[in-house]
Ligand binder design. Structure first.
Ligand code: 13P
Ligand code: SF4
Length: 315
């Protein structure tokens, strides 16, 4: 196939998607790690909290969530009457499967009276046994709303949990889950990147291990990184999160330079969604998110509390 005909195919695909989008009255909510061409489709591109907030504002009949399954479930919990589609059925977050409702129920029995805080990167079933959810953009704020005398169970990310414990000084019972993409980042990688780019600021996601967080100039959610880098006087940044983040950073701050801590920071399931997946999703109305009512009701309460709390100042 020639270069020209490939470009033609993509133009046709985009036109087809636009037509289907109109016909279905759909909105595209897209996470910051998605492929560039998918981000360019987005009516809204953002972090997990932004996607949840945006899902409360839409009037579209169909929400196409380009991200991973917990994000689509969250949109569905906030929009029980709308159709929510996840374009790739296998687009899951491995961390969300590292804890299950039985694990949480057992911890509650061991620690009666504890408040359960679950990262939004969990299944709807885990959210249903959770008191309040949080994202990387408001985990500190959420913990600070909990009365000092209450024990806290935090699931499933041990690294986000350790960061929040450091920031709030609160003792917490922390589940030992992690994000495989962020957990592989090391202090050695940061030091090497700093050596290659002297003067660059180090900006990392709170899913990184503490040895990485300790070397950072800023710890932010993905959208918090956009704000931080845009406001900073620095012109170069070493980024400690999934590599897809470099695309919105460069789009947001075209005059600044960004380098990943490592080229290996890739989340395979975040990359499954292609333009063709979005076309197929709208054409066949797949893959529709459904959540049984007995799970949806308590899970929705945990998400609604999180949305009410909003963002940390810096995020
Ligand atoms: P954000 O909410 O910061 O976008 O993070 C989501 C996520 O999955 C990070 O790996
Ligand atoms: Fe889950 Fe990590 Fe991928 Fe984010 S980057 S979706 S936390 S596996």
């Amino acid at each position: 196939m020639t270069r020209g005909s490939t470009a033609g195919t993509e133009v046709d695909l985009r036109a087809e998607i636009a037509e289907l989008k109109r016909a279905r009255n759909a909105v595209f909510l897209v996470h910051n790690y998605q492929l560039p061409e998918v981000q360019d489709l987005g009516d809204f591109v953002g972090d997990s909290l932004g996607l949840a907030q945006e899902a409360t504002r839409t009037t579209a009949d169909v929400i196409v969530l380009c991200g991973v399954n917990f994000m689509a479930e969250t949109a569905k919990l906030l929009n029980p009457e709308r159709t929510v589609l996840l374009p790739e059925a296998e687009a899951n977050c491995p961390m969300a499967d590292m804890v299950n409702p039985g694990d949480v129920t057992n911890l509650k029995k061991e620690h009666p009276g504890a408040v359960v805080v679950s990262y939004v990167n969990t299944t709807a079933a885990t959210k249903a046994v959770t008191d309040v959810c949080c994202t990387s953009a408001n985990a500190v704020k959420v913990i600070n709303t909990i009365p000092a005398e209450k024990p806290i169970i935090f699931t499933p990310d041990q690294h986000l949990g350790a960061y929040v414990r450091r920031e709030t000084g609160r003792e917490m019972i922390i589940w030992p889950g992690c994000c495989p993409t962020h957990a592989r980042l090391t202090a050695e990688m940061v030091l090497e990147a700093k050596g290659e780019h002297p003067g660059a600021k180090v900006v990392v996601h709170p899913e990184c291990p503490m040895e990485v967080i300790e070397l950072a100039d800023a710890v932010r959610s993905t959208s918090g990184m956009l704000k931080y880098c845009a406001a900073s006087e620095a012109s170069g940044f070493i980024i400690g999160t999934e590599k897809g983040m470099l695309y919105p950073l460069k789009k947001h701050c075209p005059d600044k330079d960004f380098w990943p801590i490592t080229e290996q920071a890739l989340c395979p399931t975040m990359k499954l969604t292609k333009l063709a997946s979005v076309r197929e999703a709208l054409l066949h109305m797949q893959y529709e998110i459904t959540i049984p009512a007995d799970i949806a009701e308590p899970a929705r309460r945990a998400i609604e509390r999180m949305v009410e709390i909003g963002r940390d100042g810096a995020n």
